[in-house]
Design a protein around this ligand. Structure first.
Ligand code: HEC
Length: 151
């Protein structure tokens, strides 16, 4: 009996890992296993990059910090305009903005050393964590957006 359970559990675990179920959300429901594999890779890399470059200010849970650093979790400002957000990640920003009804006006430093792939990985991570569900942000999308940033 015990052995059957062990085998059953191992099989379940394997299938869960194989289909990257832990990364699934509303936006990735229709992804093929190939797409899911790429998505999972971006999520894992993106989290590492987020931890080094962003979480100091926006916090590990994406909640931001009081009236100083805006949230990324369920952030209307970020989620309504992907291109604008990609420009902010790369170039930083300054000036007054309203995020979920709260006014912020601190400076965010640029991240000019990040490659397009790294920006895509970070963007994928923050757009698919803490309840956000936008799906994979491709390198192509990053390149198109960064070519059209307003300053
Ligand atoms: C030194 C603190 C700091 C760091 C580090 C930082 N940010 Fe920001 N970020 C800010 C501030 C402050 C604003 C708001 C700027 C303003 O008020 O004009 C902001 C705004 C944003 C916005 C748009 C507003 C929103 O909440 O939707 C996004 C998206 C964003 N940051 C993502 C990132 C990402 C991704 C990283 C890491 C690559 C990062 N930030 C690193 C401080 C920081």
């Amino acid at each position: 009996m015990n052995r059957i359970f062990t085998i059953l559990c191992a099989a379940l675990l394997l299938s869960a890992c194989g289909s990257y179920e832990s990364f699934q959300n509303e936006a990735t429901k229709e992804y093929s296993s190939e797409q899911m594999k790429k998505f999972a890779k971006y999520m894992i890399q993106g989290k590492t990059l987020y931890t080094s470059y962003c979480s100091n200010c926006h916090q590990a849970d994406g909640a931001g910090l009081g009236k100083v650093y805006p949230p990324l979790a369920k952030a209307d400002y970020m989620l309504t305009d992907m291109s604008r957000s990609l420009c902010i990640i790369k170039n930083g920003m300054q000036g007054e903005i309203k995020v979920n009804g709260v006014l912020y006006s601190q400076k965010m430093p640029d991240n000019n050393s990040l490659t397009d792939l790294e920006v895509a990985e970070i963007a994928t991570y923050i757009n698919n964590s803490w309840g956000n569900a936008k799906g994979l942000v491709s390198v192509k999308t990053v390149q198109k957006s960064l070519a059209n940033c307003k300053d």
